[in-house]
Design a protein around this ligand. Sequence first.
Ligand code: PLP
Length: 482
Amino acid sequence: MKDRRSDNELQEVLKRLPSVDRLLHHREVKKLLDGCPRKIVVNSIREVLEARRKKLTNGYGHLEPPSIEEIVEEVTAAVKNRLEWTLRPVINATGVIIHTNLGRSLLPTEAIDRVCEIASRYNNLEYDLAGGKRGSRYVHAESLIAEITGAEGALVVNNNAAAVFLVLNTLAQGREVIVSRGELVEIGGSFRMPDVMAKSGAVLKEVGCTNRTHLRDYEGAISENTAMILKVHKSNYRIVGFTKEVSTAEIAELAHRKGLLAVEDMGSGCFIDLSRFGLRDEPVVQTELAEGMDLVTFSGDKLLGGPQAGIIVGKKELVEKCKKNPMTRAFRVDKLTLAALEATLRLYLDEATAIKNIPTLRMIATPLHELEERARKLAGLLTEAISSAEDGASGERYFIGVEPTVSRVGGGSLPEQDLPSWAVSVRCSSASRIEKLLRSNKPPIIVRVENDALLMDVRTLLPEDDGYIVTAFKKILGEHSR
Ligand SMILES: *Cc1c(COP(=O)(O)O)cnc(C)c1O
């Protein structure tokens, strides 16, 4: 029965809630004040009191005001919550290497060290040391990119979305850009090629059909007002069956024969042929340029394995035009990005070093037998930990094993191409509940749940993650059995 208490009653109850001041003088709260800023404590108290007031106001029946101890307990929890970092490291046991939701690529140690070095000191970000005058931030990664890709010019901006926008806005504003209907991609987080193009001022001219586009389709669409043919990497989908797409070389040849620009949004931007690791079809930047693309754009934190950035490479004259676009200022990268990028790029000067030292490439290149060994080792540690936690436990059984699985490169690279891998599996009747507990662990552990099993793909685990995973399981099962 709903029987709302009267306004008078309610006022009485609300009055019995302790004041902020009284709480600030409570012994436990004083302890909190010793360890953290007063502002955090005061705001936490206000938050708790406000929530309590709401609860009482909306309450039906005999809601009693809480005891001061209860409130203090809530304040303590609220303070803890406020002091928690919002951006935190997590353990990625999903097997998705470039996981956009989990921060994409991990930086190589060399890049991390370089960021610290540059961030803690003054530097020549925009200072020409030889001339003793103002310089340009855009020179910093340029020569390395040219060295690796063979491109005449390079420009680094904030991300690939900005790179694509800048190229279109600089070179095709008010003019037509021809794109195959099979390539009008949407990348997660609202990067839609048609929308980006509209905002850039370029006019999209779609050609072909979803599954088939011929060279004659491109040719037939060219008009007085065409500026560019744009090829877009099908980053997160694949068109299979009765398909036809036009090669890079053919597009470039047609564009140049008609006095147009040939540009490619490569998405991932790979410098190394990955087919030896079982990944076919990911175009290599150097090849696309050699086949005649005037400009290509790609991300810094996908397959390249560096910091978030968008890289434009190709003909010097076109890159210079992009640099002069006032929008470039809005997309400019900071010194930390440039420091990390330069250090990452340097690793590419020797391919073996790049594969060994860049985490994204290293994870792709890890041999299957190593992954199996790794999975067996972690499964062994977990079995040991869980069997001791199960002593006198609730009766819930956990079956730990290893099984073959598939990892994904992710991040809009190599869609539908799976990498065979190994996972540790934990089968139990409460897999989804354990998944949630692992997610709220410190550090959070992100796993896959398939049927009744928790799966942890070891490909994306770092060496130190094993210890955290074992501790987390011990804790969770220990609490479960109590
Ligand atoms: C990922 C991607 C983008 C966006 O790149 P960001 O660096 O995330 O801005 C654009 N185009 C393609 C084809 C992509 O795969």
